[in-house]
Design a protein around this ligand. Structure first.
Ligand code: UD1
Length: 429
């Protein structure tokens, strides 16, 4: 199992280029199921979740073309024949976003067999709202042997009101609605930029969608969609993670290839915490640390609020800020797995229910720590970048799910970080 060895203490300086958004690429790849024609996607990040989705689509009969060299971030998917509309547990268990194929499979093939996603480190992550919406559109869904069996002749447009805002739920039902008969009105939708990006691809494929990116989406169903080419939006969570790295290490970092308009909540909080942030044109943001960081509270919300996917990284920064920062997690019930590891490095953090109280600044000392999920891993890497000495961050396969070449990107701006294989037996911390 790979680990990172990180020697802390270097302020980061220079430029980091942001990759395409994993959370946009995943639904866009699933959208290829909706047409017999070719879908070409650009700015696809080279991360493990994307590989898993490629395997998932290929296992259903899709032809997934990979590019090498310069064009590695481009992929062409052709679902001309869907020989097997089945999402196997062996694949689904490693990537929860696999539930995104449910809506497109029913819409295209009239049936789907999708393994129920299991529990996950950050909470239960049910898909009841996906199921409820698809049933309202006329699908019959049964559950047996750990699989969902769904059928529908042709889905019908209807009025859907989400009981709770769900990102992949909105995306899944949007993909179902584009081929449904008649109009679908979706209320209380997620407003994340990734939903709008998926809608842009679907529109390029011939779908009729209004309001994506707002809480009400209207879809006029069409009988057929065609091929398209689409460029995935930049990853706002990757960008936010590097902005925090720049601020925390007292560095001077410019993040390019990003969309500053998607980073509003994170930039506002960094400024409140004392970092100097400058938007430099349509795709670049510069962050400068160096001054004293001040405590600032965060409360995770749906977009455009502060993203839950940035909470763990922000907490690493809060350990270096003067005063008491309250970190409230409102989206997932068990998303404080990084806390104990940060405490092992010397942070002063107390958790009470969904609120963590961080008292800072605490000098962090290097330690061997263990990643528990994707964003928790990022938090530990950030902490290690300011810790005194050499930290070992273990189980970085979590990180590889969502950050492209993180060690190369960090090294290029002055971090001391190495990826190494297993050099002592697991359990030895
Ligand atoms: C997506 C993102 C993930 C991010 C999350 C919240 C992808 C691939 N993943 O996950 O990185 O952390 O949004 O911004 O885009 N819920 C239900 N029933 C459902 C669906 C969700 O109760 O059917 C609940 C969840 O348990 C959670 C909340 O709704 O408490 C939000 O979850 P949701 O937005 O669906 O998260 P994901 O789409 O899985």
């Amino acid at each position: 199992m790979d680990k990172f060895v990180i020697r802390g203490g270097n302020p980061l300086g220079g430029t980091i280029r942001i990759s395409g958004a994993k959370n946009s690429a995943l639904p866009c790849m699933a959208a290829a199921i909706l047409t017999e024609d070719e879908i070409t996607l650009e700015n696809i990040p080279q991360v493990r979740d994307i590989e898993t989705e490629r395997r998932l689509l290929a296992s259903m009969g899709a032809v997934v073309e990979l590019r090498e060299g310069e064009a590695r971030d481009r992929t062409t998917i052709c679902c001309h024949t869907l020989s097997d509309p089945l999402a196997k547990y062996e694949i689904v268990k490693t990537m929860r976003a696999s539930s995104l194929v449910l809506g497109p499979l029913i819409a295209r093939a009239g049936m789907a067999r999708v393994a129920m996603p299991g529990g996950c480190a950050i909470g239960g992550r049910p898909i009841d709202l996906h199921i409820k919406g698809l049933e309202k559109m006329g699908a019959t869904i049964a559950q047996e042997h750990g699989y969902l069996e769904a059928r529908a002749e042709r889905l019908r447009g209807t009025r859907l009101v989400f009981d709770k805002i769900t990102v992949t739920g909105t995306e899944d039902l949007l993909m179902a609605a584009v081929l449904a008969e008649g109009e679908t009105e979706m209320l209380n939708c997620a407003r994340e930029p990734e939903v709008a990006d998926l809608a842009a691809l679907l529109t390029a494929m011939g779908a009729k969608i209004e309001g994506a990116g707002t809480s009400t989406i209207r879809v006029q169903g069409v009988s057929r969609l065609h091929g398209a080419r689409h460029r995935i939006i930049p990853d706002r969570i990757e960008a936010g993670t590097y902005l925090i790295a720049g601020a925390m290490t007292g560095g001077d970092l410019t993040i390019t290839g990003c969309d500053p308009s998607h980073l509003g909540a994170v930039i506002a909080k960094l400024e409140e915490a004392g970092a100097r942030v400058e938007i430099q044109g349509p795709d670049a943001v510069r962050v400068r640390g160096g001054g004293k960081l001040r405590a600032a509270d965060i409360s995770t919300e749906e977009y455009p609020g502060f993203p839950t996917d940035m909470q763990a990284q922000y907490m690493a920064l809060a350990t270096q800020a003067e005063g008491v920062s309250l970190v409230k997690e409102n989206i997932f019930e068990n998303r404080f797995m990084h806390v104990q590891e940060l405490v092992r490095m010397g942070a002063n953090i107390k958790v009470d229910g969904s609120t963590a109280t961080v008292r800072g600044p605490s000098p962090l000392s290097a330690a061997a720590v263990m990643c528990s999920d994707l964003r928790a891993s990022a938090s530990l890497v950030l902490a290690a970048l300011v810790a005194d000495g050499e930290s070992i961050v273990d189980r970085i396969y979590h990180m590889d799910r969502g950050y492209e070449r993180i060690e190369e990107k960090l090294r290029s701006v002055g971090a001391q970080i190495q990826r190494v294989g297993n050099f002592f037996p697991s359990g030895n911390r």
